[in-house]
Design a protein around this ligand. Structure first.
Ligand SMILES: Cc1cc2nc3c(=O)[nH]c(=O)nc-3n(C[C@H](O)[C@H](O)[C@H](O)COP(=O)(O)O)c2cc1C
Length: 347
């Protein structure tokens, strides 16, 4: 399966795991890279020294190329991007910000950079800033996405960009990989399909919950963290969506927890948030709830409390394989889809 993306990153298959914060951990990243794809570490809001440690763990588990995601607008995001550069991560994936400085510094050591985008405007900007590829997350995607669907976004970006497009959102099978490639993508990135594996760090009950759900069992709202965001349709997520106001006392209490978890001094966290204005204070309140929900999915099997991001692709998740099994299956499905197409449609 040779494409622009396999050539760009020096990998065997044009398949990436999404750099999911607190979920795409070293074991998952190394498993994807060892299976011939590109494993991408989710640095998220992790404290920078934790990110550095995770990058070193990936290196201990694989000698294949790998990447790391840093969401620049989140707490610790900029610092994590700097750590990725210091550690000379082969592929840096930034989101939620401007990354020209990342491109410049990564290219100096031979690294590659990809930006996550949700529309044509951001994709063109990323290309202008020096990115080597974009990850285009369509409406179906878990977490943050725009209003354009994956299979509309891919061909449009392939039309306007000179750099490769990696399609994301709603993709979970080999036939969908072939469909994305047919539309002009050079590869795909999958989040939901990769966390529902043996290597995924969520409590097993959440993976079983994902197996039960169908393509329509997600919620899409700005009520989670202020930006349109897709989460699993479970009671905890519905409660969060329906909450009109947050209890100020709870938020105050949780702000200590956030500061501790992110290893940011509490006064700096509060000051930075306050400086950004009332909307950001609201978002911090929401973030405190999201962090709480997320910690729950890692540690507890009670799916009536807590929630997590999933894409519409959750409807195509029917089991919890190892990543090696999943990669073999996706490649076999992709070849099968090509054969079927040649026989039934083209032949
Ligand atoms: C649990 C989870 C956590 C995520 N965290 C991040 C993140 O930290 N940074 C980011 O850019 N995208 C994040 N995403 C979104 C993915 O990058 C990607 O756009 C999405 O998973 C694609 O849709 P799919 O789940 O249908 O494959 C996350 C997705 C999931 C499922």
């Amino acid at each position: 399966m040779r494409t622009s993306v396999t050539d760009l990153f020096g990998i065997d298959y044009p398949i990436l795991n999404a750099g999911m914060g607190r979920v795409a951990l070293p074991e998952m990243v190394a498993a994807v890279s060892n299976a011939g794809g590109l494993g991408v570490l989710g640095a998220g809001s992790s404290p920078p020294e934790v990110t550095r440690q995770m990058i070193r763990e990936v290196r201990a588990l694989t000698n294949k190329p790998f990447g790391a995601n840093a969401p620049l607008a989140l707490p610790n995001g900029l610092e994590n991007a700097k750590v990725c550069l210091e550690e000379q991560v082969p592929v840096i994936n930034y989101s939620m910000g401007k990354g020209d400085w990342i491109c410049k510094a990564a290219h100096a050591y031979g690294g590659k950079v990809m930006a996550s985008v949700t529309d044509q405007k951001f994709a063109l900007k990323a290309q202008e800033q020096g990115c080597d590829a974009v990850i285009a997350a369509g409406y179906e995607a878990a977490g943050h996405s725009g209003s354009v669907t994956t299979f509309t976004l891919i061909p449009r970006l392939a039309e306007v960009l000179e750099i490769p497009v990696i399609g994301a959102g709603g993709i979970a099978t080999g036939a969908q990989v072939i469909a994305a490639l047919a539309l002009g993508a050079g590869g795909v990135s999958m989040g939901t399909r990769f966390w529902t594996t043996q290597e995924g760090p969520m409590h097993p009950a959440w993976k079983e919950k994902a197996v039960e759900l169908d393509v329509s069992d997600t919620l899409y709202s700005t009520k989670f963290d202020g930006i349109p965001c897709r989460q699993m349709d479970v009671p905890g997520a519905r409660r969060m969506m329906e909450a009109r106001t947050f209890n100020v006392f709870d938020v105050f209490r949780h702000s200590f927890q956030i500061a501790r978890e992110l290893q940011i001094p509490w006064p700096r966290l509060v000051l930075d948030t306050a400086k950004r204005g009332p909307r950001e204070i609201q978002n911090m309140m929401r973030m405190s709830q999201m962090l709480k929900a997320h910690t729950h999915t890692m540690t507890s099997g009670d799916t009536n409390q807590g929630f997590t991001a999933v894409g519409m692709s959750v409807g195509m998740v029917h089991d919890v394989p190892t990543i090696a099994e999943l990669m073999d299956r996706i490649i076999a499905e992709a070849h099968e889809a090509q054969t079927q197409l040649a026989r039934n449609v083209l032949g």
